[in-house]
Design a protein around this ligand. Structure first.
Ligand SMILES: *Cc1c(COP(=O)(O)O)cnc(C)c1O
Length: 462
């Protein structure tokens, strides 16, 4: 049969639409989308015949077209935001959505989503309330701050605080602290968007009190200290302590803001990890305003938390920009539940996944790794060597920069695939399993895997 004859056998859209399978597609996906998918499938088949890829088929064109249309519709309707299993070795991985919520926080978000809430409504007075009231007293309790407010993320917190305190004025910041965080948070750019003028002082490795002294002038609005979240300057370095900086700011009648970034509420030294400045101690050392993320070490939903002096927080709340950066009820519900857990810090370590994974006993990780090794070796049989190996996890998201946290991984060396192909194979699982390749070896870090069934459930059943 010639190509022309085969083309003439292509069914019309109307003919395909009359098939009973088409009717069930329309019922499931709606007429317009189904019609579109059928047209697309007919065109694809036409191109296949023209290019010779399909040969010159005689029968079954119609059901072939319907199959293609159904597959397309299913793809269009499939979830884009998918659950994935984090075996990357980075606990709080920005690209994988940072922190997993505690059970209570997830439940609170779920319940808030499905009902009306007293978001901005005082149940005592039967009148309009303030959505900040939902979390402010909890934040002040767990941080010791006088007052607090919350926004969309820490980038928004920094933007809003800078705009409130230093619009059209100079903000003094040490050159060594002009950070860039992944996802294009760059301090100089945020400062410029906030309307303040960046006044860099000192050098990359050394900034002295005198540098700050010399920079203060008529138009100074703020002194800013930023936590160098994702790098460390080591060697011949010097920076004034926060206490010195705050005494200086006070003497000049200037506010001191600290962008702490990850902002832990619990001293990580309790978990035998290096000390990270806590929000409590940063405020106690004299910061007037401290900004942190909700979804880094805090382990809650994406949010920006601004804590500090009452009068400054009042001004921040009154800034109209805040209206554009405010939190929705679902996030607020999750944040509130997370903060309530922190009322009892021992509970926080058990219930908040980011803290639990960060502080996990190596023997427990080892045990999971042994189980996963068996599951995977069993699955691959002769096709792969699966082994348990010592590895290194990282906290991620600008927490504990460059700190190695001992961990255990399961290495998968497939004989029929390269490491890249193996990584891609694991990414295609349902749910996808995200590992990493290092030194030419594909490995799955077990620190954030609760037990072997998590991996077992992802594997295809054959
Ligand atoms: C992470 C980080 C930010 C940005 O916070 P987001 O919550 O990601 O918006 C800002 N400053 C510092 C120091 C950070 O570590």
């Amino acid at each position: 049969m010639t190509i022309n004859k085969a083309l003439r056998r292509l069914p019309s859209v109307e003919k395909v639409l009359n098939a009973s399978e088409a009717r069930s597609l329309i019922e499931k996906y709606g007429r317009s989308l189904s019609l579109d998918a059928i047209r697309h499938a007919i065109e694809e088949t036409r191109q296949g015949i023209l290019s010779g890829a399909l040969g010159t088929p005689v029968d079954g064109l119609e059901s072939e077209i319907l199959k293609k249309a159904a597959a397309r519709l299913e793809l269009i309707h499939s979830a884009r935001l998918k659950k994935v299993i984090n075996c990357s070795g980075v606990i709080i991985h920005t690209n994988l959505g940072r922190s997993i919520l505690a059970e209570e926080a997830a439940e609170a978000a779920h319940s808030a989503a499905l009902s009306n809430t007293n978001l901005e409504y005082s149940l005592d007075e039967g009148a309009r309330g303030d959505r900040d009231n939902i979390v402010e007293d909890l934040i002040t309790k767990v941080t010791g701050a006088e007052a607090a407010t919350v926004v969309n993320n820490n980038a928004a917190a920094v933007l809003l605080a800078l705009n409130t305190l230093s619009d059209a004025k100079e903000t003094i910041v040490s050159r060594g602290e002009l950070i860039e965080i992944g996802g294009s948070f760059r301090l100089p750019e945020i400062m410029s968007k906030s309307g303040c003028i960046l006044r860099e002082v000192g050098t990359t490795n050394r900034t002295h009190m005198a540098d700050y002294e010399n920079a203060v002038g008529e138009n100074t609005g703020l002194i800013l200290h930023a936590h160098t979240s994702n790098y460390r300057i080591v060697g011949f370095t010097s920076n004034p302590s926060l206490t010195e900086l705050s005494a200086f700011a006070r003497s000049k009648n200037l506010p001191l803001m600290v962008d702490l970034g990850s902002g832990t509420l619990i001293d990580l030294a309790f978990f035998c990890l290096p000390h990270e400045p806590t929000v409590q101690e940063t405020l106690a050392q004299g910061a007037d305003i401290v900004t942190i993320s909700g979804d880094k070490l805090l382990g809650g939903p994406q949010a920006g938390i601004i804590t500090g002096k009452k009068d400054i927080i009042q001004r921040i709340k009154a800034n109209h920009l805040k209206r554009a950066l405010r939190l929705d009820k679902i996030t607020l519900a999750a944040l509130e539940a997370t903060l309530r857990i922190y009322l009892n810090p021992e509970e926080a370590v058990r219930k908040i996944p980011s803290l639990r994974y960060l502080s996990r006993e190596i023997s427990e990780i080892q045990a999971v790794a042994e189980d996963v090794r068996k599951v995977l070796q069993n699955h691959f049989g002769e096709k792969a060597n699966v082994s348990v190996m010592d590895d290194i996890s990282r906290a991620g998201s600008g927490s504990l920069p460059e700190i190695d946290i001992p961990s255990v991984s399961v290495a998968v060396n497939r004989k029929d695939m390269s490491p890249d192909e193996t990584a891609a194979w694991f990414r295609k699982l349902n749910p996808p399993v995200i590992g990493r390749i290092e030194n030419g070896l594909f490995r799955l870090d077990m620190r954030c895997v609760d037990d072997a069934s998590v991996i077992g459930q992802s594997l295809p059943s054959s």
